[in-house]
Structure formats: structure tokens, C-alpha cells
Design a protein around this ligand. Structure first.
Ligand code: ADP
Length: 397
């Protein structure tokens, strides 16, 4: 039995989950938010309890110190020595990282170098790693990259048709994102279907605030919708997904903005927020749609069309597909979006069972027995993947 801390450090937050391995049971979880601001928020869940406090957290280091101190103080662990490993989520591993690995100086420098491709995430992950290294110097730290799962994409799937030197000089290509989620969901789906992973063709629709779709054949990613950055693909909470890049120069000319400013709008003010004009939160957009707002309805239709387009093209690319999985906040909870997507896929022989789709429960099948492709809801679990990799890479017994 080993206790593993799975960590996702952002620029002003640290999400964590303490897991008992190999049982994969969650001992405690929570988040520290508003690090660096006047007052932070520390939410801790354990033993069926949820506690919130408002400590001052000047930097991530104080956040980690407080977290570890609290775990002992509340008796969640008797001694910090019980924590055998820490696994850190890292968004961008480029082409360099083909697997999770133990942290050392070279690894940290490489993650820093790759920050150009993930300027909001990679620097924050390094801060998180250093804070845990300082607090738990004898405990192995492992980094688990979102991009690793997509490294199996064939060249024809990850290359852009741009001047080849851009790839050679700057690494311009598709890297994908949410890989840890796509891996978990596709593996879990194979288990649920009772089919060996190597014989499966699965399309995973990770639909959260950020959203991506991937084609997973025999447990390996064959294509994915996110690109050089998480802006490519289907429309998301605040991101456009695919558009004609000419829009950037056109809006620069019309509104006197720089390319960086326009790209920022494509990242932060587009998608659900931009189209509906209401919110990036699908619940608000659903309320608008139910009240008869045309733009809210259009927002879902545009996204559902694009999701169906990707699914159909991945079906073709894999030469068929056993199952389509819905996961993440919207995929797991938004029945009208799943129905909208499934209906568009009817020509592929997809039949959704509307009663199962409407019934609230966790992991489940939502297609009819005669559906040619099975539809599943599989709640994602990135933390468990981080913990599994930490145990594997650090050889924790
Ligand atoms: P991320 O991790 O990318 O921030 P999530 O996976 O948490 O995103 O998904 C956030 C999205 O899921 C939001 O648009 C939110 O409206 C939607 N969502 C979450 N819970 C529900 C729910 N119970 N009903 C409908 N939509 C939900």
C-alpha cells in the first residue's frame, strides 16, 4: 500500500488528490486557490467532509506547506513519510517526452524550454514541482504529460501543411491535449466493453470547458482534435476551435488590434461565451436555449455539428469504431448535447437510447442494443492515471 499525491498546479492554484495505491481509493482531495492574492481559498475533502478555509498563500510553497501540515493535523496521514510519491500533471511535453518520468534538473529545464507552447501552464507546473520538492525532499516526484498519449499519432495526422521548416525550426505540429483523460477513458471503455484494449477502436469526446476528441486504436492515439495549442478543434467554453486563420489579420485591420490580442480573444472570449453572448458555462447557455434564445441554441448546434464531423472523420480514419465515449463536465452531464451529437451520427448506425441518456447515474451505456457503435458515458479520472504512472515510474511498492 502506498499513498500517492496527484497534483495539478496552475498559476494561482494547486489541485490535489491523495490516493491509496494500488486500491486507487481517494483518501483526500481539494484545491488551493487565489495563491498570491490577499486571501486564498483552501478546500479540503476527506472522510465525507468538505472544509473551506481562507489562509494567506503568498506563493505555492506556503500552499504546499499548509496542505501537508493539514494532512497530518487532521490525521489524514499520521506522518508525511506515508506519502511515497508525488505525481505532477504537466500540460506540454512536446516531442521530447514520450513517457512520464522522474523529475531531475534536466527534466525541469526541458519543461521550462517547452513553455513557449504552453505559456500559462508549464511555468506554473514548475513552481508546483519545486514547492513539493522543497517540502518533501526525499519523496520521488514524477511528471505526467498531457501530450504523451498523443505522441503515437502518425506523421500524417500531426503534421500541418505549412512550410516544413516551421516544423524543423520551431516544432510547429499538432501535440494535442487532455491525453491523460483520453487514455483513462479509452482504457476504461475497453474494460467496460469486455474487449481486449488492443482490439478496440474508440472515439473519446472530452467535453469540458476545454474540449477535445481523439481516435484511439488498440489503446494508442491515432488522431486528436487539439493542435499546437488547445485552441484547435471543436468550439469550447471560451475558445473558437478551428477557424480560417485569415480572421486574425482581418480583425487586426478592422479593429486596430495586434495578432496576439486577436488570438487572446479567440482563446478567452469566443466559443460558448462569444457565440451565446451569455456565458462560457454550458448550464447558463442551456437555460438560455430553454428560454428560446436563438444564439444559445445555435451555440450547441455549432458545437454538436463539429463534434459529429470529427467523430465521422475518425470513424473513417480508423476504418470503423466500437464505441464513442462522452466524458468531462459537459460530456458527463449535458444530455441534450449528447442527443444532438448522436442524432447527427445516425447514418453511421448510431442509435441513442433516450431513456438511458436521460437517466442520471455515473458510468453507463446510453446506446440501444442494436446500435452499430456503442455510446458510453465514462467519467474521466486524470488523477488516478497520474497516481498509476507515479507508482510505475518511481517503482513504488
Ligand atoms: P474544465 O475541467 O475544462 O474546466 P469541466 O470538465 O469541469 O471543465 O467542465 C465544465 C463544463 O461542464 C461547464 O460548461 C459546465 O457548465 C459543464 N457542467 C458541469 N456540471 C454540469 C451539470 N451538472 N450540468 C450541465 N453542465 C455541467
Amino acid at each position: 500500500m502506498a499513498k500517492i499525491m496527484a497534483v495539478n498546479a496552475g498559476s494561482s492554484s494547486i489541485k490535489f488528490q491523495l490516493l491509496d495505491m494500488p486500491a486507487e481509493a481517494v483518501i483526500a482531495s481539494g484545491v488551493m486557490e487565489r495563491i498570491g492574492l490577499e486571501e486564498g481559498i483552501f478546500t479540503l475533502k476527506y472522510d465525507g467532509k468538505k472544509e473551506e478555509t481562507h489562509p494567506v498563500l503568498p506563493t505555492h510553497a506556503e500552499g504546499v506547506e499548509l496542505l501537508l501540515h493539514t494532512l497530518v493535523e487532521k490525521g489524514i496521514v499520521k506522518d508525511l513519510k506515508e506519502i511515497s510519491g508525488v505525481g505532477h500533471r504537466v500540460v506540454q511535453g512536446g516531442e521530447y517526452f514520450k513517457d512520464s518520468c522522474l523529475v531531475d534538473e534536466t527534466v525541469i529545464n526541458k519543461i521550462a524550454e517547452l513553455a513557449d507552447l504552453a505559456p500559462l501552464h508549464n511555468p506554473a507546473h514548475i513552481i508546483g514541482i519545486k514547492a513539493f520538492q522543497k517540502a518533501l525532499p526525499k519523496v520521488p516526484q514524477v511528471v505526467v504529460f498531457d501530450t504523451v498519449f498523443h505522441q503515437t499519432m502518425p506523421e500524417e495526422a500531426y503534421m500541418y501543411a505549412v512550410p516544413y521548416e516551421w516544423y524543423e525550426k520551431y516544432g510547429i505540429r499538432k501535440y494535442g491535449a487532455h491525453g491523460t483523460s483520453h487514455k483513462y477513458v479509452s482504457e476504461r471503455c475497453a474494460e467496460v466493453m469486455g474487449k481486449p484494449l488492443k482490439d478496440t477502436k474508440i472515439i473519446v469526446c472530452h467535453l469540458g470547458n476545454g474540449a477535445s476528441i481523439s481516435a484511439v486504436e488498440g489503446g494508442k492515439c491515432k488522431d486528436t482534435s487539439m493542435g499546437l495549442t488547445p485552441l484547435e478543434g471543436i468550439p469550447m467554453g471560451t475558445r473558437t476551435g478551428n477557424i480560417d486563420p485569415t480572421v486574425v489579420s482581418y480583425i487586426c485591420d478592422k479593429e486596430g488590434k495586434t495578432a496576439a490580442e486577436v488570438v487572446n480573444i479567440l482563446n478567452k472570449k469566443s466559443g460558448y461565451l462569444g457565440m451565446s453572448g451569455r456565458s462560457n458555462d454550458a448550464r447558463d447557455v442551456t437555460a438560455g436555449m430553454n428560454a428560446g434564445d436563438h444564439r444559445c441554441k445555435l451555440t450547441f448546434d455549432v458545437q454538436a455539428k463539429r463534434i459529429a464531423d470529427y467523430v465521422a472523420s475518425y470513424w473513417l480514419y480508423m476504418g470503423g469504431c466500437d464505441a464513442i465515449c462522452f466524458t468531462a463536465g459537459m460530456g458527463e452531464n449535458l444530455k441534450h448535447l449528447r442527443l444532438n451529437v448522436a442524432k447527427r451520427l445516425a447514418p453511421l448506425g448510431v442509435e441513442i437510447d433516450e431513456v438511458l441518456n436521460d437517466t442520471f447515474s455515473d458510468e453507463r451505456i446510453i446506446s440501444t442494443p442494436s446500435s452499430k457503435i456503442k455510446l458510453y458515458i465514462i467519467p474521466t479520472n486524470e488523477e488516478v492515471m497520474i497516481a498509476r504512472d507515479t507508482v510505475r515510474v518511481a517503482k513504488i511498492k
